[in-house]
Design a binder for this molecule. Sequence first.
Ligand code: FAD
Length: 437
Amino acid sequence: MSRGVGDAPTELAGKIVTPGDGRYQRVRSTYTTVGRPAVVVLPESARDIAAALRFARDRGFPVAVRSGGHGLAGTGTNDDGLVIDLRALNRVDVLDRRTRLVRVEAGARWAQVAQALAPHGLAISSGDHGNVGVGGIATGGGVGWLVRKYGLTIDHIRAVEVVLADGTIVRADAHNEPDLLWVMRGAGAGAGVAVAFEIEAMDLRDVGHAQLVTAVDPTGETLRRWADVMARAPRELSTEVRLASQNDGSTVAVITAVVASDSPSVIRKALEPLLKVGDVMGQQAHLVSYTDLVSPLHLHENTGQMPARTTNGLLTEMSAGAASALVKASAARDPILVQMRSLGGATHVPDSAATAFAHRHQNVLVIGAGFPPDARGTLRTGWAPLAPFMDGAYVNFESAPDETAFAHFYPGPTGARVADLWKRYDPEGVLRPWSRA
Ligand SMILES: Cc1cc2nc3c(=O)[nH]c(=O)nc-3n(C[C@H](O)[C@H](O)[C@H](O)COP(=O)(O)OP(=O)(O)OC[C@H]3O[C@@H](n4cnc5c(N)ncnc54)[C@H](O)[C@@H]3O)c2cc1C
């Protein structure tokens, strides 16, 4: 095996970028990580992806797969290997407006998807950021602004077109390769390269959007009241809470609420209980389009500009201990950024074995981030007191996925099935995004 890129397959002519190429700076890195790949392939079809995988095998290149490049572990690039960058595979097509079935290619960004579907009165609940890629979210989970109303992005996937590590092109749906469909919905990264997804979109145009800022008491009672409000809230309401420590040592919560309705009375009724969560210092509410939330203004090149470290865990109960630990972590001398997303509602509906995302009873996704100069150390210290409260984790908000993290992402029988299917579809672990026995 040699590491040269001469004699590349003819079908990849013009689609290969190497360090001497003027395009290299634009395609080498992801959002969190500056990469130094030997070659970046820009496929335009499933056959190109298969050719890229063959090329990597022939030359002995490790492979990285990239859709939007927003992965927090930086596994969408590498040093000295081959990156398959799917940006050219970004079509969004409405296959059947009546059944709301759409086909979305993996290299599209969610802002592009929202824009393409808006004229049809359709949307897909994805994430909170328009620059995130379809491929990463739709193979991992998808906790979006409308998560309590519509569940995860993967809950609406009906079929996936996949290129397996050996170059085989497969369509996985409920009848054909159902095991592959199962693993692609939550643990897809280790099973194959998703080229496109068929997704049942939602009838959705405008939604209610509100922001509230409230003081947080040091014991965390405010967070317990928020969790209590969310436990009783209609599914239409999803919220995200960011804790911010102030110069005087106090903490405030910035609560972003989205109500999946365009009815002012439904929106008002859903939001009202949030006003009692704490001492509200400011609030505003508007009707916005879904494309305003997952906005084209988010689109940008990825150049390794965000060298933060991130981890996460899922809370079933906002106990007094958990609430006070969360406030302490965000108010420490060297604080971590703590963000919480409400779960429940539609996320609790599927059986935990229905997809490779098994976490169907937890109520809050807690995300912690540490920033330079010592992002890793800050996160380690800041997260340690929170870890004992967590009941599982979500693969897509983890900067350091490893064997231990795998057990949190894919607990018990789900983990055993994921490991088996990763071995079945990719026996040599060519696509496995992190090393695992
Ligand atoms: C600013 C920001 C906001 C975010 N907001 C949300 C949010 O609201 N909700 C949420 O759920 N997540 C969110 N995330 C996390 C996001 O789900 C993950 O980072 C996701 O992996 C990004 O997808 P990507 O395609 O952009 O990533 P990439 O960096 O392109 O890919 C990351 C990894 O995913 C796998 N992968 C990507 N594409 C494919 C494919 N086509 N086939 C198989 N495997 C693939 C590969 O292992 C790849 O290395 C956010 C991340 C950031 C940085």
